[in-house]
Design a protein around this ligand. Structure first.
Ligand SMILES: Cc1cc2nc3c(=O)[nH]c(=O)nc-3n(C[C@H](O)[C@H](O)[C@H](O)COP(=O)(O)OP(=O)(O)OC[C@H]3O[C@@H](n4cnc5c(N)ncnc54)[C@H](O)[C@@H]3O)c2cc1C
Length: 406
């Protein structure tokens, strides 16, 4: 592909941004198209009128083990808006009010169950995390919350193999791999705005409010325009799984998804967790994680199928009563709240769905797929999205060595 030819990236979520940044840094002309009026997709910040604050669609966390995502953040400068924390995870049990801390030297699990979690002995491809670890001592307080946080799927459904793979990356990588990275200025300041600025500095074209409606070997059809493709042009569709069947002829894969619910509460004053922890894990209730940011406290519920259909004010009241107990505030008056229901936050990570994740090639030569749902050892996460974008660019440009650096 010569330097005068173009890479067209459709979708400005993290997969599309990563594909575009990797190509632009290699001197390729990039055109990025996004149907929304903003970039970031399922991982973004916005100003919420009701709370009068910048909030994220949902609190996100990276781990040191997410090496490609961190290299992307370094390449764009977004890492400056991220903060690494010591590898320490505080928990609170809503049922009995107990508190405990998990760290590389203080795992609430015996050696036998740690080996099981790491995938030893051999794990059958159909086994679930509950099959594997359900009888273990650390199940309710460690493996279950970890599984729901990482796979956004109940342990009864989740693939034990995929869980073990992520555990090997996190637990065997030592303290740096387990270190959480947080986003005190919001997701967009770290993962979205610096990528757009990087693309701008390389002269990439960025088109918002530009919805793709069809793809052919010689053109891209958008709602309001048609873009012709030259013989050397390449295309990356960095779309969510449910958007592809309507634009890519012959692609009819439908994959099940799972929900994440976030409730953001605006408090009267800034809130800090004990020991200055950046987040707190909850067990024994609906809420899974608390994230403080200034005077906003956010509660995350993964695999939230049992909660999502309730009205937002009921969810807010329920989650506030749990959060208030965990941080020692009155549960009586629910502060101003914004509930965000991401009904298609990630794929379901059960063995059958994982098997069906497609590769990046499509039936149209020169057209590739990217996104967190494309085949990967990682579950649908920031790491999966960013690495799929990088790999799609490598394939499209036939440059295997393309990378974000260290
Ligand atoms: C609430 C929540 C919490 C999460 N927490 C974590 C976490 O803690 N850690 C972690 O690693 N991951 C987490 N994730 C997962 C992570 O956010 C996703 O894996 C990642 O953002 C997916 O990026 P993507 O680019 O693959 O897809 P998307 O973000 O879905 O991007 C696709 C883009 O394509 C655009 N688009 C769609 N149709 C069209 C069209 N026809 N034409 C043009 N553009 C189109 C969309 O508007 C969107 O911008 C979380 C997700 C959610 C929702």
């Amino acid at each position: 592909m010569s330097a005068s030819k173009r890479l067209h990236v459709v979708g400005a979520g993290l997969a599309g941004l990563a594909a575009a940044v990797a190509a632009a840094r290699a001197g390729i002309r990039v055109c990025l198209y996004e149907s929304a009026g903003h970039a970031g997709g399922r991982c973004r910040s916005f100003h919420d009128e009701k709370l009068g604050r910048l909030i994220d669609n949902g609190s996100h966390l990276l781990l040191g083990a997410n090496k490609i995502a961190l290299s992307y953040a370094r390449a764009t400068g977004g890492i400056e808006a991220m903060v690494p924390a010591p590898p320490r995870f505080d928990f609170f049990d809503l049922a009995d009010q107990s508190r405990w801390t998990v760290s590389p030297t203080r795992l609430p699990a015996g050696l036998g169950e740690i080996l099981l979690a790491l995938g030893l002995p051999w794990t059958g491809s159909e086994a679930s995390v509950a099959d594997r670890l359900g009888q273990s001592r650390g199940y309710a307080r460690f493996w279950r919350p970890l599984c729901e946080a990482i796979l956004n799927t109940t342990p009864e459904e989740s693939s034990a193999r995929m869980f073990s793979w992520t555990m090997r990356r996190a637990l065997l990588g030592g303290a740096p791999a387990l270190s959480p990275w947080t986003f005190p200025l919001g997701l967009s300041a770290a993962l979205v705005a610096p990528a757009l600025a990087t693309l701008g500095s390389f002269g990439a074209e960025i088109h918002f409010r530009c919805r793709l409606t069809g793809v052919a070997a010689d053109r891209l059809e958008f709602e309001d325009r048609s873009v012709g493709l030259g013989p050397d042009d390449r295309v990356i569709l960095a779309l969510p799984p449910w958007a592809v069947p309507s634009v890519l002829p012959g692609f009819d894969l439908v994959l099940p998804t799972r929900t994440i619910v976030n409730a953001h509460f605006r408090l009267d004053q800034p809130i800090a967790l004990p020991n200055g922890a950046p987040f707190l894990g909850l067990v024994g209730g609906y809420g899974h994680w608390l994230f403080p940011r200034g005077d906003v406290l956010s509660v995350t519920v993964s695999a939230a199928e049992g909660l999502v259909d309730r009205p937002a004010d009921e969810i807010a009241a329920l989650l506030w009563s749990e959060a208030a107990r965990a941080i020692g505030l009155s549960a009586q008056t629910v502060p101003p709240a914004r509930v965000i229901k991401e009904r298609r936050a990630t794929l379901a990570h059960d063995p059958a769905t994982i098997q069906r994740r497609p590769g990046p090639e499509t039936a149209i030569p020169g057209v590739f797929l990217a996104g967190d749902w494309i085949q990967s050892p990682w579950p649908c996460t920031i790491e999966a999205a960013i690495s799929s974008g990088l790999y799609a660019s490598q394939r499209a440009l036939e440059q295997k060595t393309l990378s974000f650096g260290q």
